[in-house]
Write a protein that binds this ligand. Structure first.
Ligand code: 6PG
Ligand code: NI
Length: 189
C-alpha cells in the first residue's frame, strides 16, 4: 500500500476521498436513548438526523489504522442530548484517539467493571480511549454542531449490544438549559 492523504474541512467536518459515509437518524438508534417517550412522539422523531460520519477505511488487517470525522447535530430527545450510539470494540484490545475540532460536549467512557468516566471536550482537546473502555460522544451545545476526528485500529470493529440494552451508567440531560449527568434508570449491574 502507498501512503495517501485526505483533507478535513474544519468548519463542516467533511473529508475528501472518504470510503464510507454513514447517516444515523433517530429511527436507526431509538433504543440508545433512554428517556421515556410516548409512541406518538417517537414516530414524529423518526427522520431526525442525529449524526453523520465520513470514514477513511483501510482493510481489516492487524496494524492498519482507519479514521473518521463525526458531526453530531444539536438537539435532544426528551432532554437527552444528541449523541453517538456508543460501543465497545469487538476486538477489545483496540484503543482509540479522539480529537475535537469544533463545538463542545462530552466523551463518556465505561469499562467492563462498570467504572464510568466523563471528559469535557472542546476544540483542540485530544482524548485517549484505552482498550476495553466503551465510548460515546455527546453534543451538549443545543445550538451548534460538535465535530471530532477518531482514529482506531482497522480491525477494531463495533459491539453495540450492551450499550443498546443497558446504556452507560449515566445520561447527559439538559436541565434548565444546562447539561447535567443523571443516573440511567435503565442501567443495573
Ligand atoms: C469507531 C469510532 C467512531 C464511531 C463514530 C460513531 O470505533 O469507529 O469510535 O468512528 O464509530 O463516531 O459512533 P458510534 O459507532 O458509537 O455510533
Ligand atoms: Ni470506537
Amino acid at each position: 500500500m502507498q501512503p495517501f492523504y485526505s483533507l478535513v474541512n474544519f468548519s463542516n467536518g467533511k473529508v475528501t476521498d472518504y470510503h464510507n459515509k454513514a447517516i444515523r437518524k433517530y429511527k436507526d438508534m431509538e433504543n440508545f436513548f433512554k428517556m421515556y417517550l410516548t409512541k406518538d412522539i417517537k414516530a414524529n422523531l423518526k427522520e431526525k438526523t442525529i449524526y453523520e460520519s465520513y470514514e477513511i477505511r483501510l482493510p481489516k488487517k492487524n496494524g492498519n489504522l482507519s479514521w473518521c470525522t463525526t458531526i453530531i447535530y444539536p438537539g435532544d430527545i426528551a432532554g437527552e442530548y444528541f449523541m453517538t450510539k456508543g460501543h465497545f470494540h469487538k476486538n477489545d484490545i483496540s484503543a482509540e484517539l479522539y480529537l475535537c475540532i469544533q463545538g463542545e460536549g462530552y466523551i463518556i467512557m465505561q469499562n467492563h467493571e462498570g467504572k464510568f468516566i466523563d471528559c469535557k471536550i472542546v476544540p483542540g482537546k485530544a482524548i485517549s480511549v484505552p482498550p476495553e473502555w466503551g465510548h460515546r460522544v455527546i453534543n451538549s451545545d443545543k445550538n451548534n454542531k460538535l465535530i471530532f476526528v477518531a482514529v482506531y485500529a482497522s480491525d477494531a470493529g463495533h459491539d453495540y449490544a450492551f450499550i443498546e440494552e443497558k446504556g452507560f451508567k449515566k445520561l447527559l440531560i439538559s436541565e434548565n438549559g444546562k447539561p447535567k449527568f443523571i443516573d440511567n434508570p435503565n442501567y443495573q449491574k
